[in-house]
Design a protein around this ligand. Structure first.
Ligand code: FES
Length: 103
């Protein structure tokens, strides 16, 4: 069941940046990939550290801790040491505000 939560306004996540937010208790990392906002669970699938501590490189979220890479929009795992993907969430922009469906 959809559960849309307002997590930020657009200007808070500029192009090429990550931003960690909470969505009704769910940690979410927003990624601005060339102007499009994507959202993943803010928890690396390797050892659960926040992905928002890392960086966005092109389409990849790069974990600060051991360098695993994930697709910023699908959450697909790209490199070791992670072996599992990260959950992704639908995103909508409404009047300049960012909503994430964590349902
Ligand atoms: S916690 Fe992210 S790569 Fe280890």
């Amino acid at each position: 069941m959809p559960h849309w939560v307002k997590v930020a306004v657009e200007g808070e996540c500029p192009v090429g940046m990550l931003k960690g937010v909470m969505a009704d208790g769910v940690p979410v990392v927003l990624a601005n990939v060339e102007g499009s906002i994507c959202a993943l669970r803010d928890q690396c699938s390797h050892e659960d550290y926040p992905l928002s501590d890392g960086e966005l490189e092109g389409n990849d979220v790069v974990c600060l801790y051991h360098g695993a890479r994930f697709d910023a929009c699908s959450g697909a795992r790209k490199t070791l040491p992670a072996i599992r993907p990260v959950q992704s969430f639908p995103v909508e922009i409404r009047d300049g505000e960012i909503y994430v469906d964590v349902g």
